[in-house]
Design a protein around this ligand. Structure first.
Ligand SMILES: Cc1cc2nc3c(=O)[nH]c(=O)nc-3n(C[C@H](O)[C@H](O)[C@H](O)COP(=O)(O)OP(=O)(O)OC[C@H]3O[C@@H](n4cnc5c(N)ncnc54)[C@H](O)[C@@H]3O)c2cc1C
Length: 419
């Protein structure tokens, strides 16, 4: 196939990435079939913190982060946990991660991430207008809080990089932060406000609404897991789902942390892990809190959602292919955090959840085609930023698949970097 001739597209995976892409391709006149063994938006896209974090350009693959890992791992209430029995299995990923933290590589990652983030918020605003999502997506800014001078100073590099790339932030004293959010405890010594921050008040409902519009406009959804994608030379043949075979002009893999499983039989190496994260939802008392508030030291966000207060975050490294039961103690830690950071705000727990962030060693997503196959495209590995980057991903991949030059250089996101 030449990309210009593509008429029918099969998309595997109906998370926020697959659904946004399905809609973008449908808008370009293509016939799109979306496959998922679950209902759309029910995997990792279901339970995130809802923050459209277009200010986030500092990659987690960075020397400063690498150096802070021992401190984080030694703190049982800290943002990071390791499942030690999985360590040997994850070792090759950790080695690649450490390499990606070198000064040169992380500068390259900052540039690449910034090239996506430059339009991430504008792309989201276009989606909000097109899909009539206004009540579900708010532009109230966001806040990051710090309990120690040390943590504030240590992250200055982060903000210097943001300033270099034109990202607007304002620092506040603890008292000024409490004027905005009175529930913040006296422990908070500094805060940084991101005025351009947006958030969604129900991540699942956002995916579902876009998906419903996709169906209403003639899109097809097949509720089945794709078992196999066949290849013949430079060309993909069929894909098989529930023992049925389907043929498309092009296929896009958007299967989050499970992407390696589908691509391995096609001889692609996909060094992806699942960064397991948790949320707890709680009812809350009357509050002026109207935007996500993140804790720098504790690595989680508190976001006001339509369903209550969502406390979401923490990272637990896990292999993408060997999933085990959630470690609910990580969710309990979130409740302890909120009691210390915003005492009295959260009331009853109403639900808890665990999801898998799909993460490559350099914390850049995989986007684009592949060198040795003409009709295979990839869009996965968005780690902590899948909600944020979903609209820009859909626009860029949409353009690429219909043969329009992508507005940015997609080379840094190619899977070739790991082959
Ligand atoms: C605690 C937590 C907080 C987060 N907070 C934020 C945030 O505030 N902002 C932000 O931008 N991001 C955030 N994220 C990250 C974000 O949620 C993810 O990056 C994003 O949801 C990934 O979307 P996806 O579509 O790639 O994956 P998923 O939502 O996991 O979707 C992948 C889909 O592929 C399907 N699939 C897999 N294999 C197959 C197969 N063989 N056949 C058919 N279908 C298949 C799955 O069933 C699934 O539905 C957070 C994540 C976590 C865990």
């Amino acid at each position: 196939m030449t990309t210009q001739a593509a008429r029918s597209i099969g998309i595997v995976g109906a998370g926020i990435i697959g659904v946004q892409l399905a809609r973008a391709l449908q808008g370009r006149g293509l016939q799109v079939t979306l496959f998922d063994g679950r209902d759309p938006g029910m995997a990792t896209s279901f339970g995130n913190a809802g923050y459209v974090a277009s200010d986030e350009i500092f990659p987690l693959a960075h020397g400063a982060v690498l150096r802070s890992l021992p401190r984080m791992l030694l703190n049982p209430l800290g943002p990071l946990a390791m499942r030690w029995k999985e360590f040997p299995r994850l070792l090759p990923w950790y080695v690649k991660y450490a390499r990606a933290c070198s000064g040169k590589r992380s500068r390259h990652s900052i540039n690449a991430l910034a090239s996506l983030q430059r339009t991430a918020a504008a792309d989201w605003k276009n989606v909000v207008a097109l899909e009539h999502l206004q009540p579900l997506v708010l532009s109230n800014g966001a806040m990051q809080v710090f309990e120690t001078d040390r943590a504030f100073q240590r992250t200055q590099l982060h903000r210097d990089v943001q300033s270099e790339y034109g990202i607007n932030w304002q620092s506040l004293s603890g008292d000024a932060a409490r004027d905005k959010v009175p529930e913040l405890s006296a422990r908070i010594r500094h805060a940084v406000v991101y005025p351009a921050g947006m958030h969604v008040t129900n991540p699942y409902q956002v995916t579902k609404t876009i998906f419903d519009h996709f169906l209403a406009d003639g899109g097809t959804f097949i509720r089945a897991s794709v078992e196999q994608i066949e290849r013949s030379g430079r060309h993909l043949g069929h894909l098989t789902a529930s023992s049925q075979r389907y043929q498309f002009d092009a296929i896009v893999v958007c299967t989050g942390h499970l992407s390696g499983r589908l691509l391995k039989p096609l001889n692609y190496k996909v060094p992806i892990v699942a960064e397991r994260g948790y949320h707890v939802e709680m009812s809350h008392c009357e509050t002026r809190l109207n935007c996500p508030v993140g804790s720098s030291e504790r690595g989680f966000y508190v976001t006001p959602m339509s369903s209550g207060l969502r406390l979401a975050g923490t990272t637990e490294f896990s292999s993408a292919d060997h999933d085990e039961a959630p470690t609910w103690g990580r969710a309990d830690v979130l409740k302890r955090h909120i009691a210390e950071l915003m005492p009295g705000l959260a009331e009853q727990e109403t639900g808890r959840w665990m999801g898998h962030r799909p993460t490559m060693p350099d914390f850049l997503p995989v986007l684009g085609g592949v060198a040795d196959c003409d009709n295979l495209f990839l869009a996965f590995g968005h780690h902590h930023l899948g909600l944020t980057l979903s609209a820009v991903t859909a626009r860029l991949l949409g353009d690429l698949i219909v043969g329009t030059d992508a507005a940015i250089d997609l080379t840094p996101f190619s899977l070739n970097r790991f082959q």
